[in-house]
Design a binder for this molecule. Structure first.
Ligand code: APR
Length: 248
């Protein structure tokens, strides 16, 4: 659990900030039952990331879809926002943060009520046709028959998430960079912040003078270089403590 004085310091920084922004990664959803990508128990230790490479998907969509369905659609659809997502949403409502930038595709920030949420890696709940670009809510597709196909042109549908070697969608990236430059506090929760270009966000915020609070179960490479205040612990525990002190 985090040291109380650190929670108090964090709460002071949050209260003092004029423009707070949250930047989240897989670690915030671990307490919702979604595994992280890297490290012990991480997805990439049991699943070959090749299935999420765009070249592989384009060549062998059925093979990719079988894996994607199991890891994302069968598991994510059961997950609920945890206390960390909920406190973040309340912080948004009360004006302590202005936006959430996330690398997660699990839709849990939106389910908790955060807005706006800038999704750098897309959202598994949306599907897009690889031929005519029509977008669908995933509930429209019957994933018992893979790969799912477009109702309009019969093209293959792809989850609207950013595969490896695919570009990050322009709008959320642009808005995230603007938020990183504008914020005077960046609350980083549960990310290794290693993946490009999302890893530029803490660097930009720091360069523009923002204070950096980092919440993680272990130190990341950011901790030494950029972080002003490190809160060691599970996202839901630490955010729960912060929420109490902010009377949320
Ligand atoms: N609370 C807080 N932090 C946690 C918790 C927890 N309960 N559990 C794990 N963490 C931390 C880990 O210590 C690690 O720093 O969350 C981080 C998860 O790191 P990654 O698995 O690398 O996830 P992330 O940083 O979001 O990855 C970025 O990489 O593979 C791509 O597209 C994928 O969006 C993903 C991107």
């Amino acid at each position: 659990m985090p040291k109380t004085n650190n929670i108090e310091k964090a709460v002071k920084l949050i209260r003092k900030a004029k423009y707070g922004v949250a930047f989240t990664g897989a670690g915030i959803s671990v307490d919702s039952g979604i595994p992280p990508f890297r490290g012990e128990g991480g997805l990439w230790s049991s699943v070959d990331p090749i299935y999420l490479e765009i070249e592989f998907f384009n060549k062998k969509p059925l093979q990719s879809w079988k894996v994607i369905k199991e890891i994302f659609y069968d598991k994510f659809s059961q997950a609920e926002p945890n206390l960390a997502h909920k406190i973040l949403a309340k912080m948004g409502e009360r004006g302590f943060i202005e936006s959430v930038i996330t690398q997660n595709i699990d839709n849990l920030h939106q389910q908790a009520g955060s807005k706006p949420v800038f999704e750098l890696h897309g959202n598994y709940r949306q599907l897009v046709c690889t031929d005519c670009n029509t977008e669908y809510d995933s509930s429209f597709a019957d994933l018992n028959f893979l790969p799912p196909s477009c109702y309009i042109c019969k093209g293959i549908l792809k989850p609207d998430i950013v595969f490896f070697n695919e570009e990050i969608p322009h709008f959320p990236l642009k808005r995230s960079f603007e938020e990183a430059e504008k914020c005077d506090l960046l609350l980083i929760i549960g990310t290794n912040a290693e993946v490009h270009p999302a890893n530029a966000i803490p660097v930009m915020a720091h360069k523009h003078g923002a204070k950096i609070i980092e919440i993680n179960i272990r130190e990341s490479y950011l901790t030494e270089s950029l972080t002003d205040l490190f809160l060691c612990g599970k996202a839901s525990d630490v955010m729960g403590e912060i929420g109490k002190k902010l009377y949320l």
